[in-house]
Design a protein around this ligand. Structure first.
Ligand code: AMP
Length: 551
């Protein structure tokens, strides 16, 4: 396919907004393309150059592009920038500049799709000191042979933003339509291959080629994602489900084949170089060829640290050894997608889990399988007590669906909703916390009166408990057995998952899964939440539907 024909197709698509019409236009182009052109066309039309699994980058910044365009058009870089500001679009600006220039030049070597792709690949592979110069020359060469319209789309492809409104969903539909295939099949192939270009090539070969897809080590697939939901709904819908801690760190996908291993981040960047310690830990826990999915967390004195610490390590390019010493990372593995040549994503989760346990010795995230709400709630509390974010509930029969945020994985974590409440009492702690307060009685206000609402015992670090003790020890009004009452002075901000009606507390409401967030020393007792406010939140929540409010 000539690049000018590709550009005309883009121009046509840019002029319409109807999705069906777009799908129709693209689907009519596909059957006429060769096996080599098909993947390139499909990626280019989405403004991408390389397969989604690839970490290859073109490495052309706007500056380099403007400089090359200026050279080809015979104007200064500043003029290019002025034209961009005038038109509001790099592509149109370069088209305009090339149009002015082409009135004076007559010679063009015709560009075609494959040639453009090869040039871009060779640009991407330039490394080292002279690479910027080499890239500049290559971009000049491409633009120098481009018609104005080609220049518009070349420029936009080089910046990987085509601006013609064609999304992956439309291209998937177009592939299905072009080769009379089921779009579910196209989607499934995309999940395993993570390159719509290759999917199109297989689609052309027929349904069998499209069905017979496998994951390839070192071609990362997208991560399966989770939705919000409730424990009650999950059990009602599925019976027994798997509950795992929700670790607050960074997602990873670890690929190992023979002695070769790589690690990918949630955005599928290759982060192998930054995480040699994690790679070693995982290598030491399996002899098999695997692709496993997990979350890496930072740990200090046995407790998870805020996830920013992990991110810092993921981004590390220099002084990796030094960083390793200050932040210890621990992987938690919860899924397996590939084992010794076999693609496992279509197996049910419980079967994948069996294979995971058989193939990997350490770092597997513990799991509780139950259809009992209390059991799952206990796991949830354990997770929060251990400093994790919450729990994940997973449907045992579900396949692994890369890139999908479906209902097969549900996250349960304290809602971001918080209340400011007065601390009016406490119970002494137990064990090594016996000299401190362990759980606190909280109150809201109504007409100047404090009404007990809930207790909170979760979310405190040892330091925070000590700090709270110091602040409250002189405010004790009375003591009976393990209970103390305080002169109200301190305000806690607490998170909760739900407000319930309750006969236990005077306020008539109670908080579900209350969790200490912080001391509000900027607030006084008169600033705490009112009963009317809580009633209103309760009403809003009932209107929201999703949550089940129980007495
Ligand atoms: P969120 O980012 O809030 O949508 O929650 C989903 C994320 O939780 C996933 O992308 C993972 O990074 C993370 N996560 C932590 N623990 C687990 C687990 N046991 N299973 C799946 N995802 C987990």
């Amino acid at each position: 396919m000539l690049f000018i024909d590709f550009s005309r197709c883009c121009e046509k698509l840019e002029g319409i907004s109807g999705r069906l019409e777009m799908i129709d236009i693209i689907s009519r182009e596909l059957p006429g393309l060769t096996d080599e052109e098909l993947p390139i066309f499909v990626r280019f039309i989405m403004g991408r150059i390389f397969p989604d699994w690839s970490s290859q980058k073109l490495g052309i910044g706007p500056n380099l592009l403007y400089e090359a365009a200026g050279y080809v058009a015979g104007v200064k870089k500043e003029n290019v920038i002025t034209t961009i500001n005038k038109t509001g679009d790099v592509g149109q600006a370069i088209e305009e500049l090339l149009a002015e220039k082409s009135q004076t030049t007559f010679f063009h070597e015709q560009l075609d799709l494959v040639r453009v792709y090869r040039e871009l690949t060779s640009i991407a592979s330039q490394e080292g000191k002279k690479s910027q110069r080499e890239k500049l020359l290559a971009v000049r060469r491409l633009l120098g042979n481009a018609h104005p319209l080609e220049g518009r789309y070349l420029a936009r492809i080089m910046l990987e933003e085509l601006r013609i409104g064609v999304g992956e969903g439309s291209v998937r539909e177009a592939i299905a339509k072009a080769f009379s295939l089921d779009s579910g099949l196209v989607e499934h192939a995309m999940q395993a291959l993570n390159d719509l270009g290759e999917v199109a090539r297989r689609a052309k070969a027929g349904a069998d080629a499209l069905k017979d897809v496998h994951i390839t080590p070192f071609h990362p697939v997208r991560m399966m994602l989770a939705q919000q939901g409730t424990i009650a709904d999950m059990i009602a819908d599925h019976g027994a489900v798997a509950a795992e801690f929700k670790y607050d760190g960074s997602r990873f996908q670890f690929h190992k084949k023979g002695n070769w291993a790589r690690m990918y981040s949630r955005r599928l960047e290759d982060v192998t170089g930054a995480l040699p310690d994690v790679i070693q830990q995982l290598l030491a826990s399996t002899e098999h060829d695997v692709i496993i999915d997990g979350e890496v967390i930072a740990v200090k004195d046995g407790r998870p640290m805020p996830f920013q610490s992990v991110l810092r390590r993921f981004r590390r390019k220099h002084d990796v050894a030094e960083a390793q010493e200050s932040i210890q990372l621990v992987p938690n593995v919860f899924d397996i997608l590939y084992l010794d040549g076999a693609t496992l994503i279509d197996l049910p989760f419980d079967e994948r889990r069996r294979r995971l346990v058989s193939a990997v010795r350490f770092y597997i995230a513990p799991q509780v399988v139950s259809d009992n709400k209390e059991t799952i709630e206990m796991t949830y509390r354990e997770a929060l007590d251990a400093g994790h974010e919450g729990i994940m509930l997973k449907v045992l029969s579900s396949p692994y669906t890369p890139g999908m945020r479906g209902k097969n994985w549900i996250k349960i974590k304290p809602a971001v909703d918080t209340l400011d409440l007065a601390v009016i009492g406490a119970e002494w702690g137990e064990g090594k916390r016996a000299h401190l307060f362990g759980s606190f009685l909280l109150a809201c206000q109504k007409d100047g009166k404090l009404l007990p609402l809930s207790r909170v015992a979760t979310g405190f670090s040892d330091e925070q408990l000590t700090e709270v003790y110091d602040l409250l020890k002189d405010a004790i009004l009375s003591t009976s057995k393990k209970e103390v009452a305080f002169e109200p002075s301190l305000v806690f901000e607490v998170g909760y998952s739900e407000i319930q009606t309750s006969p236990t507390y005077e306020a008539g409401f109670a908080l579900r899964f209350p969790r200490f967030i912080r001391i509000r020393d900027d607030k006084g007792i008169t600033d705490i939440e009112t009963l009317d406010g809580i009633r209103e939140r309760y009403r809003q929540q009932a209107k929201g539907g999703g949550e089940t409010v129980q007495k």
